[in-house]
Write a protein of this length. Structure first.
Length: 186
């Protein structure tokens, strides 16, 4: 990684953290709860275009955002969120990068580590009495939360993130970025 890559990683980290903090400031349950849609996750598929700076950025950004709220409401859950949330971002972004030749498939696949890892510990929250209603099925709470987080990750990553990748990968957008020295993964 050179200075530009480090700078781009810092931009992604800051952008991810800021997006989560702003979302949770106005709509707290939507970014931190068993039923959530973390809009910042739409940045994860940008690993398709920018590679390792995106992977490092969304991982560090997830850490920064979760550190911001550690102990705020559920101090006993904070350590899990600070360690496992960024790990989920790291795995998801790395998986998307590895599968980047098939962009939509990569984005769909990248949503599952977040659903499984984050959903795997969020069901421990006391507010899980708000059991997500998954197609009217009566599921165990852990399964309902894992499915809920996976669905929201599919929306953010495979929906919004994929659209973002498609827009940014247009020649009219990517060529000026390359002309200004930004590395774009082929």
């Amino acid at each position: 990684m050179d200075a530009r890559d480090v700078s781009l990683a810092a931009v992604f980290a800051s952008l991810y953290a800021i997006m989560v903090v702003i979302q949770s400031s106005f709509f707290r349950p939507s970014a931190y709860s068993p039923i959530q849609l973390r809009i910042a996750d739409c940045l994860i598929p940008l690993a398709i275009l920018f590679g390792w700076p995106t992977i490092a950025g969304v991982t560090i950004g997830g850490f920064m955002a979760n550190m911001y709220y550690i102990g705020d409401v559920y101090p006993w859950l904070g350590i899990y969120d600070v360690v496992l949330g960024p790990l989920a971002n790291l795995i998801a972004a790395s998986l998307i990068f590895a599968l980047r030749k098939q962009q939509l498939f990569a984005c769909i696949t990248g949503a599952f580590p977040i659903g499984l890892i984050v959903g795997g510990y969020l069901w421990l929250l006391p507010e899980t009495f708000l059991r997500p209603d998954i197609f009217g099925l009566s599921l165990p709470i852990w399964a309902a939360v894992v499915i809920s987080i996976t669905i929201s990750s599919l929306i953010a990553i495979a929906g919004i993130g994929y659209i973002l990748v498609r827009i940014l990968s247009r020649s009219a957008i990517v060529q000026p970025l390359i002309a200004r020295g930004l590395k774009v993964v082929e």
